[in-house]
Design a protein around this ligand. Structure first.
Ligand code: PHE
Length: 357
């Protein structure tokens, strides 16, 4: 018994890992283990022999068992220590300088525009991108035969065979959100509606999906003068210049009367755009006083309420402000482009903190 004891205690002390330890356990205490076989011998002994051998064997068994358990936990501790050494981390290291992801210029510009209009008391409204032709056209005073429907290169969805309701469209502008918001909240209202719009068009300055932000302000005494002031404030804040000259050019939209397209004074000297100086004019948005029929369609009484609306191409003003020459690249997901034109994710645009820096 003493031999068995010293043999196993040495083997256990020398075991290098948990599987080696398990083998030793089987070898000593398993069904056919050395100590188990000894236990079986007890049956052949005389009662007197058994009285001393029995307790001694049990004590040996217990001792080996506790040695196994102690060694097992020591091996576990050692493994944990090893892991902690390997997974050690210096939390005092400075954070990585370049964030892995970046904010897309469209998102950046949408947030800049939102910050500017929020400061003037406009809140943000959204609407669906798949729109009924009522909201996209009819309610905006664009009846079925109107040429504007063809001009907009609309994407139509299909109806099932035999269903002759008019098909839904991918909205061609953000103007349907005017109707939805007026229906839901009534007048007075002051909102901007940024979002995706769709037209079948593709070249350097057109992609089949692009972005607009609609503005709408309706109240009892809103005039064209308010529209002019709001747009001037917007353009100055957006292009981060102190002064800018706007030119209102008479135009036509079915949903506004009168309608105006707005140009800003700029120069292209040396191939770079400078806003607010020079002899060129750059068209940046469409606008006007909301047509009485549009207010009516949205359930607002045009003899009490009036106001203005405008629509700006987000992609277009992003290209202008940040000198991005080709619109198609916006949607290519090219990592090199995204790193070059993207913005740091922690720099949230605000009027007081700076929009773009
Ligand atoms: N919805 C027009 C377009 O997409 C822009 C616009 C909006 C014009 C609001 C006037 C008023 O071209």
């Amino acid at each position: 018994m003493d031999d068995l004891k010293s043999k196993y205690l040495t083997l256990i002390a020398d075991a290098g890992d948990e599987s080696g330890l398990e083998e030793l356990r089987v070898q000593a205490l398993g069904k056919k283990g050395e100590i188990s076989l000894q236990m079986r011998e007890l049956g052949k002994m005389t009662p007197q022999e058994r009285q001393t051998a029995g307790p001694a064997l049990n004590a040996l068994k217990d001792e080996i068992n506790s040695a196994l358990i102690a060694k097992k936990s020591a091996l576990g501790d050692a493994a944990l220590d090893e892991r902690l050494r390997g997974e050690w981390l210096d939390v005092t290291l400075p954070a990585r300088d370049r964030p892995v992801g970046s904010i897309h210029p469209i998102t950046q510009v949408t947030e800049e525009v939102t910050a500017i209009f929020a400061d003037m008391g406009f809140s943000v409204a959204e609407g669906p991108q798949i729109e009924s032709d009522w909201y996209n056209f009819d309610a905006l005073n664009i009846p079925g035969h109107h040429p504007a429907r063809a001009e907009m290169d609309t994407f139509y969805t299909h109806r099932a065979d035999g269903d002759d309701r008019p098909p839904h469209v991918l909205r061609t502008h953000t103007s349907p959100v005017q109707i939805r918001s007026l229906e839901a909240n009534g007048a007075p209202i002051r909102i901007i509606c940024p979002g995706r719009v769709y037209r079948a068009d593709y070249d350097q300055t057109h992609t089949p999906m692009f972005h607009q932000v609609e503005g709408l302000a309706i109240d009892k005494d809103i005039s064209m003068a308010n529209l002019k002031w709001v747009l001037e404030e917007f353009v100055k804040a957006f292009f981060e210049v102190d002064d800018v000259e706007l030119r209102f050019r008479a135009s036509h939209f079915p949903f506004t009367e009168p309608s105006a397209e707005v140009d800003i004074r700029c120069s292209w000297e040396g191939g770079t755009l400078k806003v607010g100086e020079g002899d060129d004019w750059l068209e940046i948005l469409g606008s006007g006083m909301v047509h009485p029929k549009v207010l009516q369609a949205a359930g607002v009484d045009p003899s009490v309420y009036q106001g203005f609306a405008f629509g700006v191409g987000i992609d277009r003003i992003a290209m202008l402000k940040y000198g991005i020459p080709d619109l198609r690249a916006f949607f290519d997901s090219d990592l090199r482009w995204l790193r070059h034109y993207g913005f740091r994710s922690l720099d949230v645009p605000t009027l007081h903190g700076g929009l773009s820096k």
